[in-house]
Design a protein around this ligand. Structure first.
Ligand code: ADP
Ligand code: MG
Length: 676
């Protein structure tokens, strides 16, 4: 059986869709109640109580209590520790869900195997994923996560078939959400959502506390708020007085502190006028959303009230006065969300094709999704928004990511950000993914990155090179992301770049004896200086012919051994290719930066061909550094070097130093190895 679950901050509820009556119905808990407190209590004897029983313990003050843990959903923090075990909000939600499911199963005598679970519209990716996982850990399928206001609108729109634009006004205990929904022929289309997540019923409670404490202080010169237990008691009591004012015209509030006591009378009228700024704050949120969507108040047909705090009569009154719109109260404010979820669960089940045809629901994103990018002038990181807030979900956006010629990188790091600010650190860094497996020949390339908000509001990333899907791997977001607030040029390069180095050694007769021995020595040291897990070497000998003595390898042992074997006249069966042509294909055979070091002591035949090959290397972003020994042709070597100051002239006894200079340049990335 499928159900809808309203997994609330303070209360939760379960409903199912009844096919006989074509209506969602509530599944009561074992106390016969339609709503269950979202509370878990850990008792000293090791027992764990959930729901109603736990709430009782909470007021007794026995055991360790966990309440309102939904606020920590998805942040991975420990909400309670008990008997050496740490519980996150996800763990606690899973325990609560298990309890809700088992009570609901008892109520209807059927096994539950699927549930649509609701979340606040402003929940971000991590919170949605955590909610889904909490459900799945109970052994049920969670085909969909749905936004609470959307669920409320569904359960309302389901009964009201007239076409209209509805503003769902959800004022809960600690949050305020507005969602604008269009209902047409039973189809529900969410147009936009916005909220203030630090505004809620608790602020009205606090207003009562302030009211009586200010009076008390004026009278007795002592402030009950100075004592934390007294203050907390007052806050809890204030909620009760507030609820009383929802039905009575006035309430009497006794205050006792430091031997002084007094009773204050608060009328509903006074209460409403001293909390008017809070009502105005909700109006600001609505105005912002309406403006953002390019709408007018006159486009709104009705305001639908949901959330416990809309039980304050002042809310409907204020809204009528200030908006001139029709204000309707959901017949069962506390159950609307669960019922909407139950309808959705039915909608999503394959057997309900008839119903699916009769009603569709589309939702929007509550936050913009962006990618970390570098600003135009290259001096800072910015949040480049890909999918705008209030886009329909599912929503997909493709962006081209270009890698410039000469950049031999084999991976792309993508950081996704959720939030409206252009400043990355003001947003929530959702995820880091690393894209690999693209073909990079150094001539520049384009990778298409696809950002997708799925219909559950969860973010997915794919990447393509042409038609080919690339590998996208998630990596944990680094703990220290302060660099996102700095200059991209200052970011320490955590990852060494892969390098493919071909060493081309002149093995013509003139190298015989001292020169070849000096070369072997210098090359050996050069290889040792540069060896690391990301660097590969190849040895190429040239003279009349060209021969790859050592294929490109990261195994320096192999390279060192073949350096010993280098001798003049070993090229007998080599090819007639130009050494640069051979080297170019060798360094391009593996992802990474291509570097060719040429050592020669003479004048080359087929120079035009070599210059032509060098140009090709330059186009491909391959660095050529030429070392001239003795009789080497200066101007020719300058022509084939592809980096600034890439032609070096030296003597046999300085050859080691010259190779050393090149090694330093390669490791430090100085001398740019930036191809001209
Ligand atoms: P949430 O979804 O944030 O858990 P609810 O929608 O259940 O919250 O609303 C809880 C809030 O509603 C609390 O601040 C509570 O004090 C307030 N509330 C509940 N009933 C009433 C009432 N009759 N009059 C005024 N406020 C109420
Ligand atoms: Mg709620």
């Amino acid at each position: 059986m499928k159900v809808g679950i309203d997994l609330g901050t303070t209360y939760s509820a379960v409903a199912r869709y009844d096919k006989q009556s074509n209506k969602p119905i509530m599944l009561s808990n074992s106390f016969g109640k339609e709503i269950t407190p979202s509370v878990i209590c850990f008792l000293d004897d090791g027992d764990i109580l959930v729901g109603e029983d736990a709430k009782d313990m909470q007021s007794n003050g026995t055991g360790v209590n966990a309440a309102a843990f939904k606020r920590n959903m998805g942040d991975g923090s420990t909400v309670v520790s008990f008997n050496g075990k740490d519980y996150t909000a996800e763990d606690l939600s899973a325990m609560l869900l298990k309890h809700l499911i088992s009570d609901a199963e008892a109520a209807c005598g059927e096994k539950i195997d699927e549930a649509v679970i609701t979340v606040p519209a402003y929940f971000e990716d991590a919170q949605r994923i955590a909610t889904k996982r909490a459900g799945e850990s109970c052994g049920i399928k969670v085909p969909k996560i749905i936004n609470e206001p959307t669920a409320a609108a569904i359960s309302y729109g389901y009964k009201h078939s007239a076409d209209k634009t509805l503003l769902v006004y959800d004022l809960g205990g600690g949050t305020f959400d507005v969602t604008i929904v269009r209902i047409t022929k039973g189809n529900i289309e969410v147009i936009g959502t916005h909220g203030n997540h630090i505004l809620g019923g608790k602020d009205w409670d606090a207003a009562i506390v302030k009211y009586v404490c200010d009076k008390f202080y004026n009278e007795f010169d002592v402030d009950p708020r100075d004592d934390l237990p007294t203050k907390n008691e007052l806050i809890v009591a204030a909620e009760g007085y507030k609820k009383t004012l929802s039905i009575a015209e006035s309430v009497t509030i006794p205050v006792n502190y430091e031997g002084c006591s007094e009773k204050y009378t608060l009328t509903r009228e006074e209460f409403e006028s001293m909390t008017e700024h809070l009502m105005n704050a909700t109006k600001d949120v609505m105005d912002e959303l309406i403006k953002d969507l390019g709408m007018e108040w006159t486009d709104i047909d009705e305001i639908l009230l949901v959330g416990g705090s809309t039980r304050m009569p002042g809310v409907a009154k204020f809204l009528r006065d200030f908006t001139g719109r029709e204000v309707v109260t959901h017949s069962d404010t506390d159950l609307a969300v669960a019922k909407g979820a139950a309808i959705t669960a039915e909608l999503y089940s394959s057997s309900a094709t008839g119903m699916r045809a009769a009603m569709t629901v589309t939702d929007v994103t509550a936050h913009s999704l962006g990618a970390l990018s570098v600003s135009q002038d290259g001096t800072k990181y910015v949040n480049e928004i890909m999918i705008k807030k209030n886009s329909k979900v599912p929503s997909t956006e493709r962006r081209k990511f270009s890698i410039k010629p000469g950049n031999m990188t084999d991976k792309i790091e993508v950081y996704t950000l959720q939030g409206e600010s252009r400043v990355p650190l003001d947003c929530n860094v959702l995820a880091k993914v690393v894209i690999t497996g693209f073909y990079n020949d150094g001539k520049g390339l384009i990778v298409d990155i696809e950002y997708n908000y799925d219909e559950n509001g969860i973010v997915n990333i794919k990447a393509f090179q042409g038609e080919d899907a690339l590998q996208v791997k998630s990596e944990p977001v680094p703990e220290d992301i302060r660099w996102m607030g700095g200059n991209p040029r200052d970011r320490p390069n955590e990852d060494k770049i892969a390098k493919n180095i071909a060493i081309c050694v002149d093995l013509s007769r003139s190298m015989q004896g001292e020169p070849i021995e000096a070369a072997k020595d210098s090359i050996r040291r050069f290889v040792h200086t540069l060896e690391d897990e990301k660097t590969k070497f190849s040895l190429i000998g040239f003279g009349d012919k060209v021969k790859v003595v050592t294929e490109l390898t990261g195994d320096t042992g192999v390279v060192i051994n073949s350096i010993e074997d280098l001798k003049v006249n070993m090229l007998g069966r080599g090819t007639d290719m130009s050494p640069l042509e051979t080297a170019r294909s060798v360094v391009s055979s593996s992802p990474g930066v291509g570097i060719i070091v040429v050592l020669t002591d003479g004048i080359w035949g087929k120079r035009d061909r070599a210059v032509d090959q060098a140009a090709r290397c330059r186009d491909g972003g391959i660095a050529i550094i030429a070392i001239g020994l003795g009789e080497a042709d200066t101007s020719f070597l300058r022509q084939i070097a592809t980096v600034d100051d890439g032609a070096l002239f030296t003597t046999i006894d300085k050859l080691g130093d010259t190779f050393g200079t090149i090694a330093t340049a390669i490791t430090s990335g100085n001398m740019g190895l930036a191809v001209r």
